[in-house]
Design a protein around this ligand. Structure first.
Ligand code: ZN
Length: 543
């Protein structure tokens, strides 16, 4: 078995790395590009950390592992308010379990969606999101006393409410804690070592407004002060990579990857339910809106985010639930009179659509035998939708869910997945204009989002040198890592071995049937843990 190291940078994108490498400001990345292979790593759909990292760990699509988002996708419930995803969904199926099964030892350090930690042949420190460093954050639990003091990088209660200076300090603190954690663990016993640094992702979400003039939140007056901020964190990433390179042997195999890329938060929203209503497929609530709804709409438009957030936090629980539903536009739909409705995928620029099928949903109206025809009609018609204000095409492409997913959990996904052009994201409204502007303070608060273009670099004695690859996907990483370790690849994986990155692309891929105990994807956390994690996800702008 060959030793392999994997360093993940959540959300890292070539868009920022390439110019810095060209200017010699990311020397370790530059060296890896010269010594090994590099290229784009295409993410999954939705290109969000939860689905992406679980796909990375399992080599399987969301239809098989069940995770689409930090919260459950449940296309047929009408509330979409699922429990938060966690490691109990998919334990028994990751690269850590497979390597352990084959007699190898593993260290998994802060890989997202590994909370609660589970028994592996080695050690595990859970990654984002966790309710804090509880005993369940570590395997074995005793590991907590060794590394616990260095392992709390995501503790800020509501990151969105911090000043830029405080955000910078918090992220720098995360990076230095990670550096201490990695240096304490990288020298241990392991055949497979995987660490994920979370920092590039919040850097994009919160600082994109300082570098990308395409977002309305961009303010050129702030460039002298903050224009270098994103690059500063990328240079720190390069330092982190340098520390790892210094700690491993030159002939150890190393992969550097990200789970998706970064983009601006789209400034316009496509209110899919308004479009569906226009097609005669959805009936908005006929009742005049309640005073509370009008207040909500008003505060959405006018109040600074800080005040809104305070209102939300201090409102009684029942009102909070109602506010959330209003955001989703649900109270404005009469489900019993709607054939299809928007499913929020929470991954701009994606939007889901669900057919309201009789017998499947509580108020389903579409006879099952008409499902396919209606789905085909919606897919055909939505492709041509134009922004009435500019005439621009809104939709880039449309999928049926079974074109993207395969396995027992396909049913969780919406029936149709719409991918909008860069400048559009899904909008929450069922009435009013079909396209509206995303409220300015929302853009200012979270100015960055994701795209599907991650990064991949790899170096090792059995890998090609100085080669660029163009067809690598995140889902290919588990089989590729196993092959690089000279281990067989389980036959039920969806990804392929990236044979083109090896110096000997013809080395046969060994396949194996593995019968690892599978848990069903319905295991949840306690209510308290769940609430802590949800609060944290909200604080980072993920829910
Ligand atoms: Zn991510």
């Amino acid at each position: 078995m060959r030793k392999v190291y994997v360093v993940g940078f959540d959300g890292a994108t070539w868009r920022f790395i390439r110019p810095l490498v060209e200017r010699g400001e990311m020397p370790h990345f530059q060296r890896l590009m010269a010594d090994g292979v590099s290229g784009t790593l295409t993410s999954v759909i939705p290109f969000q950390s939860a689905a992406a990292w679980v796909t990375f760990m399992t080599g399987k699509n969301s239809g098989k592992h069940g995770v689409y988002m930090f919260q459950d996708y449940d296309a047929v419930s009408y509330t979409f308010a699922g429990r938060t995803a966690n490691s109990r969904y998919f334990s028994g199926q990751t690269m850590f379990d497979i390597v352990g099964q084959m007699g190898g030892t593993v260290s998994a350090v802060r890989v997202p969606l590994t909370y609660p930690a589970w028994p592996v042949n080695g050690v595990m420190v859970s990654g984002f999101p966790t309710p804090g460093d509880t005993p369940e954050s570590f395997y074995p639990p005793e590991l907590r006393t060794e590394v616990g003091s260095t392992a709390q990088p995501d503790e800020d209660p509501d990151f969105r409410q911090l000043t830029v200076e405080q955000q910078v300090a918090s992220l720098e603190n995360q990076m230095s804690r990670m550096s201490t954690l990695v240096s304490g663990m990288i020298g241990g016993q392991h055949d497979l070592f995987v660490v994920v640094h979370r920092v590039p992702d919040p850097v994009h979400h919160f600082f994109m407004k300082f570098v990308d003039p395409r977002t309305p939140a961009y303010d050129p007056d702030l460039t002298p002060r903050w224009g270098d901020l994103v690059n500063r964190f990328y240079r720190k990433m390069d330092d982190a990579l340098g520390e790892t390179l210094a700690a491993i042997d030159d002939d150890d195999t190393l992969f550097v990857i990200s789970d998706h890329g970064g983009a601006i938060t789209p400034p316009r929203q496509f209110n899919v339910n308004v479009w569906l209503a226009g097609q005669g497929l959805l009936t908005p609530h006929q009742k005049t809106s309640s005073r509370r709804e009008r207040m909500y709409a008003l505060n959405q438009q006018l109040l600074p985010s800080r005040v809104r957030s305070l209102l939300r936090r201090h409102a009684p629980k029942a009102v909070r639930g109602e506010l959330r539903q209003m955001w989703q536009g649900l109270q404005r739909i009469e489900f019993g009179r709607s054939q299809a409705y928007h499913f929020p995928m929470k991954c701009s620029p994606l939007a889901g659509i669900v057919i309201n099928v009789r017998g499947r949903q509580p108020e389903g109206v579409v006879p099952p035998e008409e499902y396919e025809a209606l789905r085909d009609r919606i897919i055909r018609d939505i492709q041509g939708v134009q922004d009435p204000r500019t005439g621009e095409r809104i939709v880039l492409r449309v999928y049926k869910r079974e074109e993207l997913y395969d396995g027992p959990f396909v049913e969780r996904a919406p029936d149709i997945i719409v991918w909008c052009q860069d400048l559009y994201r899904e909008g929450p409204f069922a009435q009013g204009p079909m396209v509206s502007d995303v409220p300015f303070d929302e853009l200012q608060q979270v100015s960055g989002a994701h795209d599907d273009q991650g990064i991949m670099l790899a170096r090792g004695p059995q890998l090609a040198k100085g080669k660029t690859v163009s067809d690598a996907k995140l889902i290919d990483m588990t089989p590729t890592i196993l092959h690089a370790m000279e281990l067989p690849v389980p036959s039920d994986m969806d990804g392929r071995v990236l044979t083109e990155i090896f110096a000997d692309p013809d080395r046969a891929v060994e396949s194996i049937e593995l019968d690892l105990s599978k848990k069903t994807a319905d295991s949840y956390l306690s209510e308290d843990e769940e609430q802590l994690i949800k609060d944290k996800l909200k604080g980072w702008g993920y829910l």
